[in-house]
Design a protein around this ligand. Structure first.
Ligand SMILES: NC(=O)c1ccc[n+]([C@@H]2O[C@H](COP(=O)([O-])OP(=O)(O)OC[C@H]3O[C@@H](n4cnc5c(N)ncnc54)[C@H](OP(=O)(O)O)[C@@H]3O)[C@@H](O)[C@H]2O)c1
Length: 309
């Protein structure tokens, strides 16, 4: 089966299309015939040597798939061969492949409303948004949340989840994405190139930081006393948090089939939708990663795989 792999860290040119043996599902695992896989910043960050040691090489990139279960190991409950699923993969597996094995607990039935390309866009970014806002941020109806990076992969899900939860959403993004982010449910959109968000916003219950750096630092000024700052990128300064009787949390998103099933219910109820910016064939994974790393992307980039039977 075809897989896109790296044998050394570096630029997009390090991605190679290779032939690998068909993986076999173990205890509690399913094998997914991959129809589509999505691209996330973590993929180019790993490829650039940012996260893993050299000993991890060679490795297959990609953390999201949508496809059809074509085999099961012993002990799998609740998912059937032939069922369409989507999953955020665990760290031991890559998604730029034609077939992948995965613990059944990481998978959920694919939202019926979405095709495979749309479904593959959801898992990692959707779970990151869900876990950041709800599991770590405890966002509740009636609260005010500031979402930085609202037009990107994670941000465009976060705006929709927060709106569905009944929170008031204030969002930062580029001006050209303002209408898009507003259409997702943000009540106020701030163009980060043109305005300082701290001149417009005050007293938010939750800052959801998808940017880090000085954006995170400047966000203390808009957090209300007792609020919470949740970041996907950097541990917030605990001294600054304490000074505001606030909390600061950095977290890593993890696979969770149950949360993915809840997200699927929201999608099928018409309450949220992924936005696909561009679709590439699996063989063009290098081009897709370069686009996410260097271009302006609204929503998600997806690889169409459609593995042969
Ligand atoms: N810890 C975890 O588990 C975890 C999980 C997922 C993602 N992440 C990280 O979280 C970050 C966001 O992920 P993503 O998938 O959403 O990335 P993405 O799709 O690349 O989106 C990033 C967005 O941020 C916008 N942006 C850039 N600078 C900004 C600023 N100063 N203020 C407001 N918006 C700004 C970009 O807009 P323009 O193109 O217009 O500049 C883009 O829309 C990435 O760094 C990723 O590695 C971490």
């Amino acid at each position: 089966m075809k897989a896109v792999r790296i044998h050394q860290f570096g630029g997009p040119e390090t991605l190679q299309v290779e032939d690998l043996p068909m993986p076999q599902p173990g205890q509690g695992e399913v094998r997914i015939r991959v129809m589509a896989a999505s691209v996330n910043p973590v993929d180019y960050k790993v490829r650039n040597g940012g996260y893993l040691p050299r000993e991890a090489l060679p490795l297959t990139l990609g953390r999201d798939v949508a496809g059809v279960i074509d085999a099961e190991g012993p002990g799998v409950e609740g998912l059937l061969v032939g069922e369409a699923v989507y999953a955020m993969l665990d760290r031991d597996h890559g998604g730029y492949v034609e077939y992948v094995t995965q613990p059944a607990a990481c998978c959920a039935p694919k939202p019926a409303k979405l095709d495979f390309v749309q479904a593959a866009a959801v898992p990692l970014a959707g779970l990151t948004a869900w876990q950041g806002l709800f599991d770590h941020g405890g966002l509740e109806s009636g609260q005010r949340v500031l979402i930085h990076g609202a037009a990107g992969g994670v941000g465009h899900f976060a705006v929709q989840f927060a709106r569905v939860r009944g929170a008031t959403v204030i969002a930062t993004c580029s001006g050209r994405d303002a209408d898009f982010v507003e259409s997702l449910g943000a009540s106020e959109v701030i163009d980060y190139h043109e305005e300082r968000f701290e001149d417009r916003v005050q007293d938010v219950d939750l800052v959801f930081d998808l940017i880090g750096g000085e954006t995170q630092e400047r966000s203390w000024a808009v957090l209300k006393t007792g609020g919470i700052m949740v970041s996907t990128l950097k541990e917030p300064d605990q001294k600054k948090a304490e000074a505001r009787y606030a909390r600061g949390v950095h977290y890593m998103a993890h696979p969770d089939g149950q949360e993915l099933a809840e997200i699927a219910r929201l999608i099928d109820a018409g309450q949220m939708v992924p936005r696909i910016d561009r679709v590439y064939p699996l063989d063009a994974a290098a081009e897709a990663e370069a686009a996410l790393e260097n271009d302006h992307v609204r929503g998600k980039i997806v690889l169409e795989v459609a593995a042969p039977l």
